[in-house]
Design a protein around this ligand. Structure first.
Ligand code: SIN
Length: 527
């Protein structure tokens, strides 16, 4: 084993949840933070709009709680929401003490509004680069702690389980060197899996590895049918689905169809600030032609917005649009929904504990039930702070000792023909687009599961004989997460939040006011 990697605590992922946990753990033991690319490359880094937090006392906190519950469409775990809104202000205050700079005017914090928020409560940084600022502040602090080391450009290929407990992990570095690393406790904070779909606001690293690792180690996944599509990603041929923050609508943007109609009034009285699932489906429906294909362009329009310099308020978005000849003041911006955030994840209690001893999860990779069927905009950075800290505290409180780690299997040495794994991933993505996108129905989901099984078989065959690689790990992770999404979506024969079944268009509280649980084989439902 590489002695550099020996640590008390292993944290998988360097987004807000992973870094917040690492900082908490570092006071009591050595921490290794493993991340597939540079520390800055996580979903956190790309979060634009902001961080929702109620900093003005009990009434404000109660409203934040209420908005979280309403957005989640009858499925939010009330204790999780209560924990988020009550502990959030403390975590944000602490973050500011650690150097995070949020936008201010005359010394006062600026707050914006996003969909389904009853009041402006979203702090932002550098206009539209909030996640990057939070990630920066946490990374600076983490790097200053002697007890924290980073293994960048390193992929976790496996969690080591002995006697029903996670006792370490196998790490693959960028040179292809595999090391088995013992740890007293392991935290999965590796984010979501947007790469499962062809159009996503997520970076390339978001392949659901943490979920797949946890599932293989014996943990359960919960609420996997709820994948949030952001309604407004840039839609230009050959250009990534760049996020166009909900804060644009908070500052007055309209959504218009190809006939120039502002259409949201036909879908929800809250118009462009209706919950995200409602807006995303409306954009999707307006984009459909008579044959059900996405053939009509939908636009975000701010040309009517006056009294605000949009380039100054949204510098990152403006700069990206300018590269493509577009300007928020002058142009309608072509948009489409894109996979953005997984409400489901590794099933945990409110302290990040999974059902496997030694294994914890936090942030987007975890599911406490906080988001229910639809996450309230800008609750995710706060979730990472609050539940990252709580998971770390549980890891410390459980005080597990280092265990004897069994030897790793010898490494195989067969290279995979170039392009083979990428082809399988492409097929998987197209399957998920078609069968488990914004609108679902039974036949499509069954087809999806059959195609997913074919992809899984092909990948297992490759993995069984090939040299381990990041590409294979990611493809297998996507495949495992796809199975969980398809199975859970098939089992939930109702529509709720981000999960819309065209064959079961109504919400059915009696049968499905519950969370789904996927154990790798079966889906069950529990309160
Ligand atoms: C956005 O800026 O629209 C993203 C915020 C979020 O996903 O919560």
């Amino acid at each position: 084993m590489n002695p550099f990697l020996q640590s008390d605590f292993l944290v998988i992922g360097a987004g807000v949840a992973g870094l917040r946990a690492a900082v908490e753990l570092a006071a009591y033991g050595s921490v290794l933070v493993v991340t597939k690319e540079a520390v800055s490359e996580s979903n956190t880094h790309y979060a634009q709009g902001g961080i929702a937090v109620a900093m003005e006392g009990d009434a404000d906190v109660a409203l934040h709680f209420e908005d979280t519950i309403v957005a989640g469409d009858g499925l939010v775990d009330r204790a999780a929401a209560e924990t988020l809104v009550r502990e959030g202000p403390l975590r944000v205050a602490e973050l500011m003490e650690w150097g995070a700079q949020f936008d201010r005017e005359a010394g006062q914090l600026l707050r914006t509004r996003e969909a389904a928020h009853s009041r402006p409560r979203i702090l932002h940084a550098n206009g539209d680069a909030t996640g990057a600022e939070i990630g920066r502040a946490l990374a600076v602090l983490a790097r200053s702690q002697a007890n924290i080391r980073f293994a960048e450009w390193t992929t976790v290929t496996n969690l080591v389980v002995a006697d029903g407990r996670v006792v370490g992990a196998d790490l693959l570095d960028r040179d292809g060197v595999l090391s088995r690393v013992p740890a007293r406790a392991v935290l999965v904070a590796a984010g979501g899996a947007g790469q499962m779909y062809s159009h996503t606001t997520n970076p390339a690293v978001a392949t659901g590895d943490g979920l797949a690792l946890a599932l293989r180690a014996g943990a359960e996944l919960s609420d996997m049918e709820f994948y949030q599509f952001h309604p407004t990603a840039l839609a230009l041929p050959g250009v990534p689905a760049f996020l166009l923050s909900e804060a644009l609508r908070g500052e007055g943007a309209w959504l218009v169809n190809d006939r120039g109609e502002r259409f949201m009034e036909r879908y929800d009285a809250r118009l462009e600030l209706a919950p995200r699932d409602v807006v995303a489906r409306a954009v999707w429906r307006e984009g459909m032609d008579e044959a059900g294909r996405q053939a009509r362009q939908v636009y975000l329009d701010m040309r009517h917005v006056t009294g605000i310099d949009l380039h100054k308020r949204f510098p990152g978005i403006s700069a990206f649009l300018a590269q493509h000849g577009l300007d928020l003041h002058r142009d309608r911006i072509p948009i489409r929904p894109a996979a953005h955030y997984l409400m489901g994840g590794v099933r945990t209690d409110l302290d990040g504990r999974t059902r496997v001893r030694g294994l914890y999860a936090a942030g987007e990779a975890a599911c406490t039930g906080l988001h229910g069927a639809n996450r309230l905009a800008s609750n995710s950075l706060l979730e990472g702070l609050v539940f990252g800290a709580r998971a770390a505290q549980a890891m410390l409180a459980d005080a597990l000792s280092l265990a004897v780690v069994p030897d790793a299997e010898p490494m195989r040495a067969v290279a995979v023909p170039e392009g083979l794994v990428a082809e399988i991933v492409q097929e998987l993505r197209q399957t998920m687009d078609r069968c488990a996108g914004l609108l679902r129905e039974e036949n499509g989901l069954r087809d999806g599961l059959a195609l997913q099984a074919r992809c899984a078989e092909a990948l297992d065959e490759i993995a069984g004989r090939a040299t381990p690689s990041r590409e294979i790990v990611e493809a297998q992770s996507l495949c495992a997460v796809a199975e969980a999404i398809l199975s859970s979506a098939l089992a939930r024969t109702e529509s709720r939040g981000a999960h819309f079944r065209t064959d079961y268009p109504r919400r059915d509280d009696e049968r499905f006011g519950k969370h789904s649980i996927f154990d790798g084989k079966y889906v069950t439902f529990a309160d």
